[in-house]
Design a protein around this ligand. Structure first.
Ligand SMILES: [Zn+2]
Length: 62
């Protein structure tokens, strides 16, 4: 079954193998958690999360 990532709206297979479900990735999960905690704290410490813009066109932090 397909679900949409709550953070970026990207459709993905809902799988028990995905530890970040219902999010598509750890990045989106932490973005969602960060929205109520501290908006940018987790990004500052994780530069490796920078992805190509067109991979997340609806990225809420932009
Ligand atoms: Zn996502």
């Amino acid at each position: 079954m397909k679900v949409k990532c709550p953070t970026c709206d990207k459709e993905q297979e809902y799988s028990k193998d995905n530890p970040f479900r219902p999010f598509c990735s750890e990045r989106c999960k932490l973005i969602d958690l960060g929205e109520w905690a501290s908006g940018e704290r987790f990004i500052a410490g994780e530069p490796d999360w920078s992805l190509p813009e067109d991979d997340h066109p609806d990225q809420p932090l932009h």
